[in-house]
Design a binder for this molecule. Structure first.
Ligand code: ADE
Length: 221
């Protein structure tokens, strides 16, 4: 998979690209991630990419031309690339969307900043995603959240067994896990996990998933 991320703040992605599982996925060539600073597509000598809103009101609005030009540069090599706008008024992001998007060959994320973006930018996009009902200072963190959730699902990036029973698969949250020590400050590891009876352990885990989901997220059931 290839992912292009259009942003005005490329440095925000340094930690994301250079640590842990995402770094490994890049080194293994499971994913290519290209950060595009779309300020370089500005039509102005001062590199301006925003302007005041028509009709008045506060704040600055992202202009369409630099986004359009950056996208055309990408699309001339791959017209099929799927373009996703990060915006709080997009479709609420869910695990099932990550599962679908992991099969795409080429994704392009557009990160807005400032007060907003010219409405016509929406016409350049195939999809709009919100990562939750709150407003962030820009689309960079949302683009990292969504890319991370997709990349970890690409075959070979993490072990398949880690993916089998994790939260949101089958609309259930994950079961509780424990490691050593067997007892910490009076809190004991449940006996069943020490029993060595794999059928019993599997049944207990399934029950715990249902119990936890009913308590915490009845809306998922
Ligand atoms: N940009 C600002 N806030 C956002 C959100 N909640 N989701 C996606 N993009 C955003």
């Amino acid at each position: 998979m290839r992912i292009d991320i259009l942003t005005l703040f490329p440095n925000m992605f340094e930690g994301f690209l250079n640590e842990s599982i995402i770094k490994r996925a890049i080194l293994k060539e499971s994913v290519i991630i290209n950060i595009v600073d779309f300020r370089k597509y500005s039509h102005f000598s001062n590199n301006q990419v925003d302007d005041t809103p028509y009709g008045g009101g506060g704040g600055m609005v992202l202009r369409i031309e630099p986004i359009y030009d950056a996208l055309m540069d990408i699309k001339k090599d791959d017209p099929e690339a799927k373009v996703i706008l990060m915006t709080p008024d997009g479709i609420p992001y869910k695990q099932e969307m990550a599962v679908k998007l992991k099969d795409e060959k080429h994704l392009v994320f557009i990160c807005g900043h400032y007060e907003g973006f010219d409405e016509r930018i929406r016409t350049l996009c195939d999809m709009e995603i919100s990562i939750g009902d709150y407003v962030l200072t820009g689309g960079e963190l949302p683009a990292m959240v969504v890319s991370d959730s997709i990349i970890r699902l690409i075959e070979g990036v993490i072990t398949d067994s880690s993916l089998v029973s994790e939260s949101f698969n089958d609309k259930l949250l994950d079961y509780p896990t424990y490691t050593k020590p067997q007892e910490f400050m009076g809190m004991k590891v449940p006996d069943v996990l020490l029993s060595g009876d794999h059928a019993k352990i599997a049944a207990w885990r399934e029950e715990e998933r249902i119990k936890k989901t009913r308590e915490r997220r009845p809306d998922l059931m």
